[in-house]
Design a protein around this ligand. Structure first.
Ligand code: BES
Ligand code: ZN
Ligand code: ZN
Length: 505
């Protein structure tokens, strides 16, 4: 049973016998109609050719031309769907086209659609890849987080209920989609978690939701405040001091490989709400800070994907869950805390809290698991949005190979990363007179880099990468493949990264 919002409308078939609903005819930019399309055109007494001639439809990618009730065909309507140039078609483009199509079907109130996939001339990818990625894009766009709407209106009524993709290699398509479906399920879990408001998803309820993952074979351990205190996680605990909700650290383990193979470690910032604490954020837009657990959300979604698809790796996910609130017992600017690593930190700004949480999670992870590498994800800085905007995540690493692999995997799934520098000249900006370091730099520049530099002080020479996903964890406007809100960024990227480089070695 699925416990996440997932429309699950796609099916793959090798022969066409369904009728009614909409028939979608994807076509690449051609000089003349391909034969199969000419045949359909003939059945409809030339209606398709006529419709194309009297429109501006040129089969540009994502362009859609609806033709209502063409005579001679059994379908209620035909939609011509542009694929762009055959030789430029790749899986990411197919996903965007699939997403655009889904939105159009929604607008047209189509309940049932049939897509006749074909392999355009000069295409580098085969037809089952086209079919699967169009379906993936459609499912991503069909995602809805509407559990708190008590009334349905035109904007939130249910979308298409079935999407049948006709493709010669239907078996290959269905097999490939079976894996993609698990990855999507994990990614939708991430979206669900990130979309939940802070009153519902707080550190304790988040940890409880993690516990549910034990049903898919993941070992889940939860540490509460008493245990974290005993361990010495003073940096993480300081952040949660002002909250009525107990801070938590959750450890998720998936063992899909030999027990001697070192685990791959993923660490997430899980600030379930970031008010800034005593260094309070401005009221305007503060509600967005319910997404400040996007890193932890991605780690949890990834672990679920790995378990569902029975990945042949050992992986560990560690997330630090806290709520950053101002209160009489909250941490103050100027407080000095002792981190799990033993290093002391002067907290000059309580709003630079993510790095404090990660400091203890990263140290714990390398110390306890001796992993092959650590990748952490965090909505860490507003400054990364100034640098890279809302479509590319920041990548920081102490290891070139790890960085290259992450960037490559990101490009393949359309979740782009851009590498940023680290260096001693930035590190020294964190030096402090009264403690081993301060949590913000002295100047105003390079905020994302100094934040990464802070994290690096807690990785102890393990190969490590930090993904600053502040700009990409949510979409401020609906895109082809994501309704406004949580994007699930990181899950598909890391799943690809693991499949490509660490499975079946
Ligand atoms: N959670 C924020 C970063 C953030 C900003 C995430 C916008 C998503 C969108 C983080 O905890 C924070 O407040 N960072 C401060 C750091 C500063 C105090 C050095 C920032 O970016 O302003
Ligand atoms: Zn903050
Ligand atoms: Zn934060």
């Amino acid at each position: 049973m699925l416990d996440v919002n997932f429309a699950q409308i796609s099916r793959f078939k090798a022969t066409a016998k369904t009728a009614r609903g909409a028939l979608v005819l994807p076509i690449a930019h051609h000089n003349k109609m391909p034969d199969w399309l000419a045949a359909i055109d003939k059945d409809s007494y030339g209606k398709l050719k006529k419709a194309i001639a009297s429109s501006n439809f040129t089969a540009k990618k994502g362009q859609i031309l609806p033709i209502i009730a063409p005579e001679g065909l059994l379908y209620d309507q035909v939609l011509l769907l542009g694929l762009g140039k055959g030789k430029e078609l790749d899986s990411v483009t197919c996903e965007h086209i699939g997403g655009k199509l889904l939105a159009k079907l929604n607008d047209l109130a189509v309940k049932k659609a049939t897509i006749a996939i074909y392999n355009p001339k000069n295409s580098k990818i085969s037809s089952h890849i086209i079919a699967v990625h169009m379906a993936v894009g459609a499912e991503m766009r069909a995602y809805k987080f509407d559990k708190y709407l008590t009334k349905k209106n035109d904007d939130n009524k249910p979308g298409p209920q079935s999407l049948t993709l006709f493709v010669d290699s239907a078996k290959e398509a269905a097999d490939l989609f079976a894996t993609q479906r698990h990855v999507l399920t994990g990614m939708f879990l991430t979206r669900d978690l990130v979309n939940e408001p802070g009153n519902i998803l707080h550190p304790v309820s988040f940890a409880q939701r993690c516990k549910e993952l034990s049903s898919c074979g993941i070992k889940v351990q939860i540490f509460g405040e008493a245990e974290l205190e005993k361990m010495g996680c003073g940096a993480l605990l300081g952040v949660g001091k002002g909250s009525i909700h107990e801070s938590q650290m959750v450890v998720l383990q998936w063992n899909g490989a030999d027990k001697n193979s070192k685990p791959l470690a993923f660490v997430g910032k899980g600030v379930t709400f970031d008010t800034g604490g005593i260094s309070l954020k401005p009221a305007n837009g503060m509600e967005e800070m319910k997404m400040d657990m996007g890193g932890a959300g991605a780690v949890v979604g990834l672990m679920k994907s790995l378990a569902l698809r029975n990945a042949k790796v050992n992986a560990v996910g560690v997330i630090g869950l806290v709520e950053n609130m101002p209160a009489g017992n909250a941490q103050r600017p100027g407080d000095i805390v002792t981190s799990l690593s033993g290093q002391t930190i002067e907290v000059l700004n309580t709003d630079a809290e993510g790095r404090l949480v990660l400091a203890d999670c990263l140290w714990f992870t390398q110390d306890r698991f001796k992993p092959e590498f650590m990748v952490n994800l965090a909505t860490l800085t507003g400054a990364i949005m100034v640098a890279l905007g809302e479509t590319t995540g920041g990548l920081f690493a102490n290891d070139d190979k790890l960085a290259r692999r992450l960037q490559e995997a990101g490009n393949e799934v359309g979740e782009k990363l851009w590498r940023m520098p680290l260096g001693e000249e930035y590190d020294k900006l964190l030096d402090c007179e009264v403690a081993d370091m301060k949590n913000i730099s002295s100047g105003r520049w390079a905020g994302s880099i100094t934040a990464a530099q802070f994290l690096q002080r807690f990785v102890n020479d393990v190969p490590w990468a930090h993904l600053d996903i502040a700009g990409v964890a949510t979409a401020s406007k609906t895109t082809d493949i994501c309704p406004k809100g949580a994007s699930g960024f990181g899950v598909r990227l890391l799943d690809k990264f693991i499949t490509k480089y660490y499975e079946g070695r």
